[in-house]
Ligand binder design. Sequence first.
Ligand code: T3D
Length: 259
Amino acid sequence: MTDGLRVEADGAVATITFDRPDALNALTIPIKVALLDALRSIGEDRSIRAVILTGAGRAFCAGQDLAERDDPDAPPLDVELRERYNPIVRAIRALDQPVIAAVNGVAAGAGASLAFACDLRIASADARFVLAFGRIGLVPDSGATWFLPRLVGAARAAEIALVGDPIDADEALRIGLVDRVVPPDTLMAEARAMADRLAAGAPRALAMTKHALQRSWSIDLDAALEDEARLQGEAGATSDHAEGLAAFREKRPPRFTGE
Ligand code: T3D
């Protein structure tokens, strides 16, 4: 537990909350270190089957803490990206558990990138995305140039990244940047309901699905077909597959164990 980041486990769901509301949850070095630690320890915890990433107060996350940049001893930008932001993005992607961004308010700079890196995005009607990098003479980072075209298409990604106008929740839904938009006071309940559904799924099959979807971006159809065949061989050999078949025959919900 660190000032600025809360990590709570409740049953099979872990919730990570950016918790510096006065600074719109801007990311300091200790917060980034704690976030990476939390993601790594969740990755090793088989009792956690789904993760929610959200923010306290009126922001999801405003990206890099710009006050930290005033420190003459602050690490150079490229070093900070290589050593802290990029490992966080990779850790989110590498988790076997699905990660839901519950975007409660403004997501700016690397805060937007972290939401893009998650597997699913549920937005409050109050949410907005700001590719704030250009406003301060920087380029989109923490995966934004990779995720954006994949989420919304090349043309829309170019407009978002180059022009930089804020995208409100309705527009984000229309262009596919978020999966659903819900009233602010129901956001966490909706995110939890989604997390519970995922947590009730077969963990190994869900992990294989998550990673196959990621790999699909860098392989051709033949390779994807072979990848699916290989994974299905593995999934078909799990106890969870046998349980799924038994539950179907017995007309009851399956009880997946991850075996
Ligand atoms: O190491 C590296 O630098 C490399 C990595 C870079 C990755 C990045 O993330 S670069 C991009 C950094 N983020 C930004 O440039 C966003 C800056 N913030 C904004 O543009 C706006 O605050 C928002 C669009 C997010 C929200 O605007 P608004 O009008 O709703 O709120 P506000 O009044 O601007 O902010 C409220 C407070 O939060 C304010 O503090 P105060 O005046 O009440 O004491 C503001 O200074 C603070 N705040 C907002 N964003 C940041 C921040 N403090 C530090 N760092 C921030 N990023």
